[in-house]
Write a protein that binds this ligand. Structure first.
Ligand code: FES
Length: 103
């Protein structure tokens, strides 16, 4: 049975921005890409970088530590140095709230 974790209001994240949210024992980055919401782990797979503080370009997030780039929607690495994808979460918007579903 999937579990739902409430993260934030849709109004908390402006389009083209990200918000760091700690909830359910997870530290996450909530992205608003032109009104569509996506959630990934906040911690870069390469080191201590916080992806919510990185640079967003289209559907790509660039870590502000060593500039690895991930696709926000799939988690795949777009540009090295790191080769480990970032974890993404099934994201639901309901009644103005952003939630994730976990197994
Ligand atoms: S910590 Fe993110 S690229 Fe190195």
């Amino acid at each position: 049975m999937p579990q739902r974790i409430d993260l934030c209001s849709t109004a908390d994240v402006e389009p083209g921005n990200a918000l760091k949210v700690e909830s359910g024992g997870l530290t996450l980055a909530v992205f608003n890409l032109d009104g569509e919401f996506y959630v990934t782990d906040d911690l870069c797979t390469h080191g201590p970088g916080s992806l919510s503080e990185g640079y967003i370009d289209g559907d790509v997030i660039e870590c502000n530590f060593h500039n690895v780039q991930f696709n926000i929607k799939t988690g795949e690495v777009v540009a090295p140095p790191c080769m480990v994808p970032i974890k993404t979460y099934k994201t639901v918007v309901e009644n103005g709230r952003v939630l994730i579903e976990t197994d």
